[in-house]
Each structure stands twice: as structure tokens, then as C-alpha cells.
Design a protein around this ligand. Structure first.
Ligand code: ACM
Ligand code: ZN
Length: 651
């Protein structure tokens, strides 16, 4: 450990930036704001003078630092200095400094230990998506969302702007998109319950507002990638312009959730012209090199029956092959045409992994959401890939498997640990050339069940912190336990900023390990930080006079485990409860004669005899799942059965 004195931030500390660099001046102002938020101190921002640096934080461009977004942070007793070859790099150094400042009371001076940090991101694409169609989020919240992204060193904001339930971007050439398509009559209650709330719902962003948001994001080195989802998820647009659908309508902006059969008529040149006109205005607005054109979940039903679409198939000689129908190729035709159009504007397309069904447009970047398989195939075909697999990166999925206190969600289960442990580069990619196709990863917030800013914040925080580590940090440097301890500080920043975040990590986490040869189920209990865990094994609610958890519990019989912890600030955690049941089959050897589906395999056969009951979500890992066939399992009860004939049947 260095014996050097710390750097002290007090009222007189000055933030220096080079003269005539307005971006670094902005960076310096961001830093001043962050310091004030955490410490209450209002530091001066000044241009760099050539006096001996004392009691200052210096922002300094230095082109000997090679990584474009990398930075060096040097903290000495006299000063702190952030160096980078780009303003973005300096911004990330500022974020690190921000996250290093301890929270103090009484406006005390801040001590930062002397240090040298050299840091750079693993991936060039670090993304986060927001769906503003299923529910609309006002400009102020979009800006707040961008601030949250910046805190997590995320550099791409994927803005899902159009969908069946609402069109949210003003397009001057098609005013009915905002008049009609941005509004829906009402919204279904719950999960397509058949009951509706009867309340008209809508909203859109004007082009002026969009420009304002783009500038707002740029200042925090975030590129906005707009998504115009085509040729499916277009019901809202078709409602205003029914002539662009295969049947001609009438259509209605969707009031429930799901995938809808009415899509763009690819046989209709005017419909394709419409798409190009929209993209034309989109590219005028958004400077991003990438434009997302969706491509997901476009049913082929209408195209199969539409004379215009069939004529297009014929004219373009689109033919079914072993893997794809002619209509699959029709979708590819549409994507390729949009790709060509966007190329003329110097842009590149991103599409969801469905764009691989057919002939994927040359140069397209694939966003792999239905697992990582699409991403693997795309990379093998030489396409760039962004990994967003639903089981790790869909933040609309539940963040806990205990749903008792959760707001209604779409389902699934993606907790902080799952997000943290996601590895964007597939294990089978061993050479650097393959790995390079993985540009990075992102998480998605779909908002069917998320109607307020507070709820959106709750779904993305703190999972975004775990996502950020998968995007920034090399796998060999990752450590979930250490991350959790740092997360405590990060959550203090959330609290100070007034963000609404999930507090599940303050509850008890239990890990169960069945030990077949010892006939025990081992339980380890933990919680974030150093808070003492109290537990009971007799079903009685624990309190601070209950046993303190110090080592792994070894259960040998049916037990009701309850546990909780208590913290000075957060108070009592939720009482954790689990009934561990021992029956004749528990911990007996079990052979599966049917392979579970890869997606629902989890820990495999042992899951069926591990003493734990399934939970609401199959993704909790308490179930295993099979596709298509009946399953057969053989359990060796290891005892002579009492019933005659039973043994023969078993063997
Ligand atoms: C998607 O989740 N439909 C990309
Ligand atoms: Zn058609």
C-alpha cells in the first residue's frame, strides 16, 4: 500500500480544463455537478493555467493513451488528473472519480487515496434500450434515462420508437402518424385479460424534442440509435395509412400485447416508399451511423395470401428453399432494400436476429435476442453482432424469483447475478477473428407492463450496474462478490439522485447444494455487505435473538427455513422462507432417459430430487423442461421396496 498522503477535495479545490475545448469544459461542469451532488461542495471550473498544480482536478487530453475511450486517473496529494486521448475517455475517468467519492456527512472534506488507474472498455458497443411505444415516457424521463446510462458508462441508447401500440416519432411527411398512430383507444388490463381500461392513451416526440434529446445524449457521449421496427410491428402506422397493409384494413392501433398478423405489404411500392420516406427523416434527425430497422416477429400470413406480395415474390424470383419459405425471402428483400437505401445515406442497419431467416442484408449488424444462437450464426457469416439474449438481458423480466411483492411483469427471471455472469463472447469462439464480430452487448426494457418512470427505474436498477460490468470489464477481472460490495456504494448514488431501484440484494440469498453421497441438502445464506443473518429451522419467524448464520447448514430432514437480516439504514429485510422437503426419492440417484430442452435444463436431473419445489417462473431453475416428448426418469430409491412386483417394474 502506498504511504502517500491522500488528495483532499475541499471548498477551494478547482477543476481545470484546457482552454478552447468546450467539450472538456462541459466535462468539467459535469464533474462539478457530481461532486456537489455527493459532497455539497461547489467547486470552481476554470481554464488550465500554467501555475504549479495544487489542490485541483485537471482534465487533460493526452494522445499517448491509445484506447479511444480509455483514460488514466492519477491521484496525488497535490492534485488529481484525468487523462485520455478523447473527451469521451475523460468523461469515463470522471465517472470513475465520481463513483470513488465517499458519502460524508456535515460537508466534511473528502479524502481520495493516492492511486493510478488505467482503464478502458472491453466492448465498443455498450447499449441499453427503452421501448417508448407500449408505454410512452416523457422527454424529461428520457433525459433522466440517459443520465442513468452515463453513470454506467453506456455509450449507445437504443430508442424503440415505433410499434403496434403506438408510433412515437413525428414524421413531417406523414402527419397522421402523430395524429392517429400515436394514440390508442384503450389498454388491456394485465396479461391480455380480455378486459380493457377504457382510457385513451398516447404520446409522441416532436422532431424538435428529438433533436434536444440527441444533443443531451451527445454531451454524455451517448449515441442514440433510433429503431423503426419494420415490416412487422406496424399496426399503429397501418391504422393511419391502411393502404400500406396487404388487406387495406381497416386497422386499429393495438390495445393489447403480442405479435400481430397485419404487417407492411412488401408487394406495394408505395408502402416501401413510405418506409424510405420515414427513414429519410429519421436519418436527417439522428446522426448515428446505425439505424435499427427491427425485422422481428413479422408473421407471413398476409403475404402468403396477398396478390401484390405474391407478385413481388415472382418478379424478384424469390424461392422457397430447404430452410426458408418464399415469404421469408420476401422479408429479406424488404430488409435489403432498406439497407440499400440507408447505405446511400452513409448509414448501416441493425436488425433483430430474425433477419437471418432468408438472406441477411450485406453489412447488417445482428442483434441476437432469442438467445445467443442468432449471434453465433451471424458472426460465422461475417456479420457484426450485438448480444441481447432475453434470458440475461431482458430487464422487463422479473428480477427475483419471489414474486410476492413484485409488480406484474411479463414473466421470466433475470436477477442481478445472472446479468453479471453473462459472457457476451460465445465459448466456442476461440480465435480473435471470430471474437471481433461481437461488438458488445446491451439490455432491453420492453414496457408492456411498465407504465411509469418510477417502475422503469426499478426494472433497470441495479441490473444496469451488472450489465455495465459485462460491457466494460474483462471476464478475468470480474468477481461477483466484490461487485456486490461496490454496488452498495452505487446504490447510495442512486438514492442521492432519487432513482427508484430494486432492493432485492438487501434480502437473504440462499444457495442449495444437494449432496447425494452424504444425504444432506447444504444451504448457504448470504446478503449484500456485512449484515448478520438470523435464521430458524422450525418455522418460527426469526428475530435478533435467533441463531446467527455463520456456516453452511446441512439439512437431513424436512425443514422450514426462515431467515432475515437487519440494517441500520434499510431496516429489516424481507423474511426469507423455504420449505425443504425430504421424501423417499430425495437425494436418490436419478437417471433421465429423456434429455431436457437446453433452455430449461438448468442443473439437470438433480433438480427433480433436490428437496425444493418449483417456483412460479420456470426460469428460476427449480424446474426442468422438455419439448415434444413425454419424459422418462428412473430414480434408484436405494431401498428394497415394500410392495411386491415394484422392483421388477423398476428394472
Ligand atoms: C423482441 O424482443 N421482439 C426483439
Ligand atoms: Zn401484401
Amino acid at each position: 500500500m502506498s504511504k502517500e498522503h491522500p488528495f483532499v477535495i475541499n471548498e477551494k479545490t478547482v477543476i481545470f480544463h484546457p482552454a478552447e475545448n468546450s467539450l472538456l469544459q462541459q466535462n468539467a461542469e459535469f464533474l462539478a455537478t457530481y461532486v456537489e451532488e455527493i459532497t455539497g461542495k461547489n467547486l470552481k471550473v476554470e481554464t488550465l493555467s500554467h501555475t504549479t498544480p495544487m489542490n485541483c482536478i485537471i482534465l487533460n487530453l493526452n494522445n499517448t493513451i491509445h484506447q479511444k475511450e480509455g483514460y488514466e486517473l492519477i491521484i496525488k496529494p497535490e492534485y488529481a488528473m484525468i487523462s485520455a486521448s478523447t473527451e469521451a475517455g475523460i468523461f469515463y475517468g470522471i465517472q470513475t472519480l465520481r463513483k470513488s467519492i465517499p458519502f460524508t456527512t456535515n460537508y466534511a472534506d473528502i479524502e481520495l487515496p493516492a492511486a493510478i488507474i488505467k482503464d478502458y472498455p472491453r466492448f465498443s458497443y455498450r447499449g441499453m434500450m427503452l421501448d417508448v411505444c407500449r408505454h410512452f415516457f416523457p422527454v424529461e424521463f428520457v433525459k433522466k434515462y440517459i443520465d442513468i446510462l452515463a453513470l454506467h458508462n453506456i455509450n449507445h441508447f437504443h430508442w424503440h420508437l415505433t410499434d403496434d401500440q403506438g408510433w412515437r416519432i413525428e414524421i413531417k411527411k406523414y402527419p397522421r402518424l402523430t395524429e392517429i398512430s400515436s394514440q390508442r383507444k384503450e389498454t388491456v388490463i394485465g396479461r391480455n385479460s380480455g378486459k380493457y381500461d377504457g382510457l385513451p392513451y398516447g404520446g409522441f416526440y416532436t422532431q424538435e424534442e428529438i433533436k434536444e434529446i440527441i444533443t443531451y445524449a451527445e454531451r454524455q457521449y451517448i449515441t442514440i440509435i433510433p429503431e423503426i421496427d419494420l415490416p412487422g410491428h406496424m399496426l399503429a402506422a397501418l391504422t393511419a395509412y391502411p393502404e400500406f397493409g396487404c388487406t387495406g384494413g381497416p386497422y386499429e392501433v393495438a390495445t393489447s400485447w403480442g405479435v400481430f398478423k397485419d404487417v407492411i405489404c412488401i408487394g406495394n411500392d408505395q408502402a416501401l416508399q413510405f418506409l424510405e420516406d420515414v427513414l429519410d427523416e429519421v436519418t436527417d434527425l439522428f446522426p448515428s451511423q446505425f439505424i435499427h430497422i427491427g425485422g422481428d416477429e413479422a408473421p407471413r400470413d398476409r403475404w402468403k395470401k396477398c396478390p401484390k406480395c405474391q407478385a413481388r415474390i415472382k418478379a424478384e424470383k424469390l424461392k422457397a428453399d430447404k430452410l426458408h419459405t418464399a415469404e421469408d425471402h420476401l422479408q429479406s428483400y424488404c430488409m435489403k432494400r432498406m439497407n440499400k437505401f440507408l447505405e446511400t445515406k452513409g448509414r448501416k442497419i441493425i436488425g433483430w436476429d430474425e433477419i437471418l431467416e432468408g438472406n441477411v442484408a450485406p453489412g447488417a449488424t445482428v442483434m441476437s435476442w432469442r438467445g445467443t444462437e442468432g449471434g453465433i450464426i451471424a458472426a460465422e457469416l461475417g456479420h457484426d453482432v450485438i448480444m441481447v439474449p432475453d434470458n440475461y438481458a431482458y430487464f422487463d423480466y422479473y428480477q427475483t424469483d419471489d414474486l410476492t411483492d413484485e409488480p406484474l411483469g411479463i414473466g421470466g427471471f433475470v436477477d442481478v447475478e445472472k446479468v453479471y455472469n453473462f459472457e457476451p463472447i460465445p465459448a466456442q469462439f476461440t480465435n480473435e477473428e471470430e471474437k471481433r464480430f461481437i461488438m458488445g452487448n446491451q439490455a432491453n426494457l420492453w414496457t408492456e407492463y411498465i407504465s411509469t418512470p418510477e417502475h422503469a427505474e426499478y426494472m433497470v436498477l441495479p441490473r444496469m450496474a451488472a450489465l455495465a460490468e459485462t460491457q466494460w470489464t474483462l471476464p478475468e477481472k470480474k468477481d461477483y462478490q466484490k461487485f456486490k460490495n461496490r454496488l452498495l456504494h452505487q446504490m447510495n448514488i442512486y438514492k442521492r439522485k432519487g432513482y427508484n431501484y430494486g432492493k432485492h440484494l438487501f434480502n437473504i440469498n440462499a444457495e442449495y447444494t444437494p449432496v447425494i453421497n452424504k444425504k444432506t441438502i447444504n444451504v448457504s445464506l448470504s446478503t449484500i455487505g456485512k449484515s448478520t443473518v438470523y435464521y430458524t429451522l422450525n418455522g418460527i419467524d426469526p428475530d435478533i435473538s435467533s441463531k446467527k448464520y455463520t456456516q453452511t447448514l446441512q439439512l437431513t430432514e424436512t425443514t422450514t427455513l426462515k431467515a432475515f437480516t437487519i440494517r441500520e439504514k434499510e431496516g429489516k429485510s424481507k423474511v426469507y422462507q423455504e420449505e425443504i422437503r425430504f421424501n423417499k426419492a430425495t437425494l436418490c440417484p436419478l437417471i433421465l432417459n429423456t434429455e431436457p430442452a437446453e433452455k430449461y435444463k438448468f442443473k439437470g436431473a438433480i433438480t427433480l430430487v433436490d428437496g425444493l419445489r418449483g417456483k412460479d417462473s420456470p426460469a428460476s431453475g427449480r424446474w426442468i423442461g422438455f419439448y415434444g416428448t413425454n419424459m422418462e426418469a428412473i430414480i434408484d430409491l436405494q431401498k428394497k421396496p415394500k410392495y411386491p412386483g415394484f422392483q421388477q417394474k423398476l428394472i
